[in-house]
Design a protein around this ligand. Structure first.
Ligand SMILES: Nc1nc2c([nH]c(=O)n2[C@H]2C[C@H](O)[C@@H](COP(=O)(O)OP(=O)(O)OP(=O)(O)O)O2)c(=O)[nH]1
Ligand SMILES: [Mg+2]
Length: 136
């Protein structure tokens, strides 16, 4: 799909210790085995929020509540462009499962930048790492 643009919703979950949930992609594509925030591609007729709820069900088996839109990013990969909306979110019910990722980890903010993320995530990772406790 050269030249196409995909739209993606992703979730930023934090736990009671203020760690952030990151997930490692599996093989395939230009982000293989890189870390990301769970989520996926918006389907026709779906809102970004509906998309995120569906993706969290499919990938993590949890029901979520969506909070603020934390950041929007456009990024050009060689094969396609991606528009990513990152939402703060809370787990409403369910126990986290790892149905599509190769690893999953709660990471303190100050350690986020030690992980190799998808290139499109650079700005959101930096913003999360810098976000002050008082601002949350
Ligand atoms: N979920 C997610 N995708 C990201 C992030 N950063 C980033 O560049 N991407 C890219 C990788 C993919 O090209 C695309 C999302 O793809 P995806 O594989 O999650 O889509 P999906 O869950 O709908 O999976 P599939 O049904 O197409 O297999 O966005 C991120 O933080 N989270
Ligand atoms: Mg996905």
């Amino acid at each position: 799909m050269t030249g196409g643009q995909i739209e993606v919703s992703a979730a930023i979950f934090s736990n009671e210790r203020d760690e952030i949930l990151i997930c490692r992609r599996g093989p395939g594509g230009n982000c293989a085995f890189l870390w990301e925030f769970p989520g996926g591609k918006r389907e026709p007729g779906e809102s970004f929020e509906d998309c995120l709820m569906r993706e969290c069900r499919e990938e993590l088996e949890v029901e979520i509540e969506i909070g603020e839109l934390f950041m929007r990013t456009d990024y050009d990969y060689p094969e396609y462009s991606v528009r990513l909306l990152f939402f703060k979110a809370k787990i409403r019910s369910g126990v986290l499962k790892m149905d599509v990722h190769s690893a999953m980890q709660w990471v303190p903010r100050e350690e986020l930048e030690r992980h190799e993320f998808c290139p499109a995530d650079r700005d959101v990772v930096r913003k999360l790492a810098q976000e002050k406790r008082s601002a949350r």
